[in-house]
Design a protein around this ligand. Structure first.
Ligand SMILES: [Zn+2]
Ligand SMILES: [Zn+2]
Length: 164
């Protein structure tokens, strides 16, 4: 099991406390797993990932704690174009780029693109009367290098064509 160096470990205990949550080992492990770039597992993938790291956790514990962490705003979820709910705990401002064929998700950082930042989009969106828009999450879609080059191993597009 690869040890995380103390120097690079984020302050998950502090983040939990800051969100008004009790520190528990499952919560810390889940936060640590999700707090990296380009990591957007489904609950099952997260469960398998934690088990692979040698951590004995149950799938229902993963589900329950994801809900708690989501409600506290420490992680958020989104549906990918294939309809899978994926979780994200990466804290730098970003949007997502999803491959329509295989579902691979990449983070698109917006620190250097102020016009694409969540707050900037929220401010400029032509919102319906009476709405107070506070954020925006953009899902860019495309084909990853593997899928667009047609290399073997790439999966066929699974997305349904919307009915017209
Ligand atoms: Zn792909
Ligand atoms: Zn992300």
């Amino acid at each position: 099991m690869p040890k995380v160096q103390a120097s690079v470990r984020r302050d998950h205990r502090g983040r939990l406390r800051g969100a008004g949550l009790r520190h528990t080992v499952p919560r810390e492990r889940i936060l640590a797993f999700l707090d990296r770039k380009n990591v957007h597992p489904t609950p099952e993938e997260l469960y398998r990932g934690l088990r692979k790291k040698g951590y004995d956790i149950g799938l229902s514990t993963v589900y329950l704690n994801l809900q708690v962490l989501k409600q506290a705003g420490l992680v958020w979820d989104f549906k990918d174009p294939l309809g899978m709910t994926r979780y994200d705990g990466y804290t730098r401002p970003h949007h997502h780029l999803v491959c329509l064929a295989c579902g691979r998700v990449e983070d698109i950082l917006t620190d250097k693109l102020p016009e694409l930042a969540s707050e900037a989009l929220a401010e400029r969106v032509p919102a319906p009367e009476g709405w107070r828009v506070v954020g925006a999450r953009v899902l860019f879609t495309g084909y990853c290098p593997r899928c667009s080059s047609g290399k073997k191993g790439a999966s066929k597009p699974r997305e349904k064509t919307p009915a017209r």
